[in-house]
Ligand binder design. Structure first.
Ligand code: EPZ
Length: 417
């Protein structure tokens, strides 16, 4: 099992190029199942979850060719509609193939994702909504067995709760349904906008009617296209916080700054100096870090995927801070490990009281989920001495070349077997 060794104490200085978005790539890869043609995708990040999704598509009959700059997906012979547990269990986004398989074949057998470290990850909102398109389903031995005997029929659907995955699944399914579908109370994360751009480019007819309402007119013909996915805003936010917590000076490149406006505004309030350019944000960390009250929320609120990272920064603030996690029911797995490094974080339900003026001590650590793992690296980067982070396969699911990118800007970090 690989681990990372981090010798902290250096200020990070230099430039970091941000990779393609994992969370835009996953729904777009699932959506390629709608097509019977070839589709070329660019800027996909080389991370574990993308490899898993590509393996899942191959298990469904997609022919996949990977070269340096792009991935060619050939669906001319894609016929299968069974997504097995052994692939979906490691990557919950596997449930996103349900919508396209139903749209294309009118039948799908997809493993329920199962829970993970941050929560039970139910899919009830996906299933309730998809049944509104004329789908009958049952849960049998951990699988969703769904079929639409008369094909998918457009309908008006209101999501009871904002869900990124359910919004994506339904937009994809409705793209080939007969008639028009109106989805309301949608999630509006930038990755969903990227999915809609991709779908419209292959010939779907999708239009935002208002902030959280979208209209999809079903089509039957799709085109062969090439598409480049957006930048990873969570990776960008992670490295912005890395600069702030090490009092460094980083230029974060290949991004669209307005998409991470919330994060930039919060880091400015905390005390970082930030210079925004067209496709780059420069951040200069400040010795004085102000305490904050942070509440995670659906976009455009503060992202739950940066909650663990900002918690590390707030441990270094001049006073105590409060973080409220409003999206997932168990997303404080990083707290115990940070407390082992000397943090003083008290949790009560979905609230964490984060004491300030903490100097992290190096330690042997255990990663639990993707974003918790990276928060351990951020803490280790500030602590004088050697920290070791185990189970870094969690990290490799969502961060491309993390130790190379950090080493390039002065971090003393290395991967050991
Ligand atoms: C997506 O997960 C992201 N994953 C997550 O990123 C991200 O944290 C999350 O959205 C919130 O922004 C991908 O895009 C692949 P949700 P998703 O459906 O779609 C509950 C990362 O680190 N819910 O918006 O699963 C759910 O349990 C990952 O990159 C139901 O109750 O998130 C959660 O509490 C982690 N029933 C809340 O809604 C459902 O049917 C939001 O979940 C679906 C969700």
């Amino acid at each position: 099992m690989q681990k990372l060794e981090v010798f902290g104490g250096n200020k990070l200085k230099g430039q970091i190029k941000i990779s393609g978005s994992k969370n835009a790539s996953l729904p777009i890869l699932a959506a390629t199942l709608l097509s019977n043609n070839r589709i070329i995708l660019k800027n996909l990040p080389k991370v574990g979850d993308i490899e898993t999704m590509l393996t899942l598509l191959q298990s469904l009959g997609s022919k996949i060719k990977i070269n340096k700059e792009q991935i060619i997906i050939d669906n001319t012979k894609q016929q299968k509609n069974f997504a097995s547990y052994n692939l979906v269990k490691t990557m919950r986004a596997g449930i996103l193939v349900l919508g396209p398989l139903l749209a294309k074949f009118g039948f799908a057998k997809v493993s329920l994702p199962g829970g993970c470290a941050i929560g039970t990850r139910p899919v009830d909102i996906h299933l309730k909504a998809i049944s509104k398109l004329g789908v009958k389903y049952k849960i049998h031995q951990g699988y969703v067995i769904a079929n639409a005997p008369k094909g998918l029929k457009g309908n008006n659907i209101h999501f009871s709760k904002i869900s990124v995955g359910a919004t994506e699944n339904l937009i994809i399914a409705a793209s080939l349904a007969e008639g028009t579908t109106i989805l309301s109370n949608c999630a509006i994360e930038p990755e969903i906008k990227d999915l809609v751009n991709f779908l419209n480019k292959i010939g779907c007819k999708i239009k935002w009617k208002s902030k959280r309402t979208i209209k999809i007119i079903g089509v039957s013909k799709l085109k062969e296209i090439s598409y480049s996915v957006m930048f990873d805003r969570i990776e960008a936010g992670t490295y912005l916080i890395a600069a702030a917590v090490t009092e460094g000076n980083l230029k974060i490149q290949n991004i669209i700054p307005k998409i991470i406006k919330t994060e930039i505004d919060i880091l400015k309030k905390i005390g970082s100096k930030i210079i925004v350019k067209k496709n780059e944000v420069q951040i200069i960390g400040n010795k004085k870090i102000k305490s904050m009250k942070i509440k995670t929320a659906p976009y455009p609120g503060f992202p739950t995927d940066l909650q663990a990272q900002i918690m590390v920064l707030l441990c270094r603030a001049n006073k105590s801070s409060i973080i409220q996690e409003n999206i997932f029911e168990n997303r404080f797995m990083h707290v115990a490990e940070l407390n082992r490094m000397g943090a003083k974080i008290l949790t009560n339900g979905n609230k964490a009281l984060v004491k300030g003026n903490i100097n992290f001590a190096p330690a042997e650590l255990m990663a639990t989920d993707l974003r918790a793992s990276v928060s351990l690296i951020l803490a280790a980067l500030t602590s004088k001495g050697k920290s070791v982070i185990n189970r870094i396969y969690h990290l490799d699911r969502g961060y491309e070349n993390i130790e190379k990118k950090l080493k390039k800007v002065g971090a003393k970090i290395r991967r050991v077997n």
